[in-house]
Design a protein around this ligand. Structure first.
Ligand SMILES: CC(C)(COP(=O)(O)OP(=O)(O)OC[C@H]1O[C@@H](n2cnc3c(N)ncnc32)[C@H](O)[C@@H]1OP(=O)(O)O)[C@@H](O)C(=O)NCCC(=O)NCCS
Length: 183
């Protein structure tokens, strides 16, 4: 059993600090609203359609902490939900290394929220914590998801390989980006 914890993303000259905190049932309306967006529906494997699905999705995020398979946070900027961030345990043969995943709400995009979360979580993962050991971290996205590819590049996740489709979880070709722990 892993107790949910909070991470803080430092402020920048142009953006306030971000708080990565555990999900709450009170987030249901914001999760439903976030998924009413074309990019979310296009690129996410599990779109959320209504409050019941959002409750089930939040329960799954809590389960991820309980069994240590995925540690999932709501990303808050000055009290407003602006995104989702997760680190996931390797799950061979689908994923071969600890991974990171994210989405941001449409109104918050293009301001560095996803890449700042990736950078903070990368430092945390490589920084000696024992919840999710990682010598390398992978970032997977569908080919054509240019925004996600750019986040990977900005955060020093080099393109490692092109992944063939692996239905049902990954129905299309993907990019595997990888960042290794510094020597
Ligand atoms: C991908 C996503 C998480 C990026 O979030 P974000 O907070 O906007 O990310 P950042 O601001 O840190 O960086 C986005 C970068 O991608 C660029 N970008 C966005 N859309 C792009 C596009 N269609 N083509 C090329 N670059 C694009 C932005 O310009 C920015 O780069 P820059 O800082 O060099 O200008 C967000 O667009 C999203 O939630 N998309 C829908 C869900 C999704 O695809 N999740 C990822 C699944 S792998």
């Amino acid at each position: 059993m892993t107790s949910p914890m909070t991470l803080t993303v430092a402020p920048t000259p142009t953006g306030p600090a971000l708080t990565l905190r555990p999900w709450r049932v009170a987030d249901v309306p914001a999760v439903v609203a976030a998924h009413r967006d074309e990019a979310m529906r296009r690129w996410l494997m599990r779109p959320v359609d209504d409050a019941d699905e959002a409750r089930a999705w939040i329960a799954d995020q809590h389960q991820g902490w309980a069994d240590g398979t995925h540690l999932s946070w709501a990303v808050e900027e000055e009290g407003t939900l602006v995104g989702y961030f997760t680190v996931k345990a390797a799950n061979p043969p689908v994923t071969l290394a600890t991974g990171v995943g994210y989405w941001t709400v449409a109104a918050a995009r293009g301001k560095g929220v996803a890449s700042r979360c990736v950078e903070t979580a990368t430092q945390w993962l490589f920084g000696g914590q024992d919840l999710m050991p990682a010598d390398e971290i992978e970032l997977l996205h569908t080919v054509g998801n240019e925004g996600s590819c750019r986040v990977a590049q900005k955060c020093g996740y080099a393109l490692d390989s092109i992944l063939p489709p692996l239905p049902p979880q990954f129905p299309h070709e993907g990019h595997r980006h990888l960042r290794k722990r510094p020597a």
